[in-house]
Design a protein around this ligand. Structure first.
Ligand code: PLP
Length: 377
């Protein structure tokens, strides 16, 4: 069996550990609380199991995922740390999740009743976290009388333990204070009323990476750090708040498969979106959009060869891309090509690719193709 490939995603687990230390230290300075490493979506494309293991080793206390299958992948691999599903769990998954001790998110009384019933059937207690919508407009109770009544009714259900209460910010990564402050105040208001009515709700949490970066007040009993685990900043604005020394963990690497001179007038790639104006040294790389290198990067992006920034030219094919090697005349087949990450002092960052594609670094990381083998260093 051939299980390696000259094209691969390299994940620096040392960087993951270092980033966790940075966030733990920041958390420690504000009075403590738990650190949740958010490893949903296969750890933002980095590989859930190795990242989860390293994050826990480096001091993360909880793991956050989006889906039941993501939670069970971790449990089935022997991860014993607390795991919480931040999104929707379908009723068919309740029983297995309860037996595996996975925390679920609830945002309606009927859901709480169904989870409680599944817990009683399993002879177990289901720990759940109430989700409150303070301004994200997706899942969550809308604060108010009706939500409080539903939550109080849920507190009486046998089999259900209301362990936590949380919300999520829509604009914590932007410079303005009003939006996230308003959400925080709304959340604290509801929390105070519920606690005043006798619900302990011991683990209250609201901060994502950005919110915790801007205020210790948002960290509460647990800080849910996602993008920051991977060494990326939530936004350009958040990056400008100060360099906290993060190290990106993800690179995409390959090699030159073919290097040749094309004559003037020769077209490159489907549609001939690039045509040689003069005789040009062209390199081919065995990695394409099926590996996560978006087709929309054609004639826009740069790759690194010999420590230099080299233009990606012509269409991005499913399995191959082409480079104009004019700036690296010594390049030869087998030389390393970096599509994302560093080579010498040159860098193609996730933010750079995100800007070219009109998206965020979150999506760039998640684009990492399943077909790319992952190498952990
Ligand atoms: C994804 C997610 C996070 C992590 O957000 P980052 O911006 O990546 O830190 C935190 N909380 C919830 C509910 C999420 O869905």
């Amino acid at each position: 069996m051939i299980d390696s490939r000259p094209s691969y995603a390299e994940i620096d687990l040392g960087a993951i550990g270092g980033n966790i230390h940075i966030w733990k230290e920041m958390l420690g300075k504000t009075g403590g609380g738990r650190l949740m490493a958010v490893v949903k979506a296969n750890a933002y494309g980095h590989g859930a199991l190795p990242v989860a293991a390293r994050a826990l080793e480096a001091g993360a206390d909880w793991l956050g995922v989006a889906l039941p299958q993501e939670a069970m992948e971790l449990r089935d691999a022997g991860v014993t740390a607390p795991i919480m599903i931040l999104g929707y769990a379908e009723p068919e998954s309740y029983r297995r999740l309860i037996e595996a001790g996975v925390r679920m998110t609830v945002f309606s009384l009927s859901q709480g009743e169904a989870i409680a019933a599944a817990a009683r059937a399993a002879g177990a207690q289901a720990k759940v976290h109430l989700k409150v919508d303070t301004g994200m407009g997706r899942i969550g109770f809308l604060p108010g009388e009706r939500a409080e009544a539903e939550i109080m009714a849920m507190a009486d259900l046998d089999g259900l333990e209301l362990e936590g209460c949380f919300t999520h910010f829509a604009r914590a990564d932007e410079d303005g204070e009003d939006s996230w402050r308003g959400q925080l105040d709304m959340f604290k208001g509801l929390l105070a009323r519920l606690r005043g009515r006798g619900l302990p709700l011991p683990i209250a949490h609201c901060a994502n990476t950005a919110a915790g970066m801007r205020s210790g007040e948002a960290m509460m009993d647990m800080w849910r750090v996602g993008i920051g685990v991977y060494g990326l900043y939530p936004s350009a604005q958040a990056r400008a708040w100060g360099d906290v020394g993060l190290k990106p963990a993800l690179s995409w690497k390959s090699v030159l498969s073919h290097v040749k001179r094309l004559p003037a007038g020769w077209g490159v790639g489907y549609g001939h979106t690039w045509v040689a104006e003069k005789e040009t040294l062209i390199g081919t790389v065995p990695l394409g959009y099926a590996d996560g290198y978006s087709r929309s990067l054609r004639n826009k992006a740069h790759a690194l060869v010999g420590g230099k920034r080299i233009p990606v030219i012509g269409s991005v094919c499913m399995d191959q891309i082409m480079l104009d090697l004019t700036g690296a005349p010594e390049a030869k087949p087998g030389d390393e090509v970096v599509l994302l990450g560093r080579q010498g002092s040159a860098e193609v960052s996730a933010d750079e690719l995100a800007d070219l594609l009109g998206t965020s670094c979150y999506e760039i990381a998640c684009l990492t193709g399943n077909r790319l083998p992952k190498k952990y260093i």
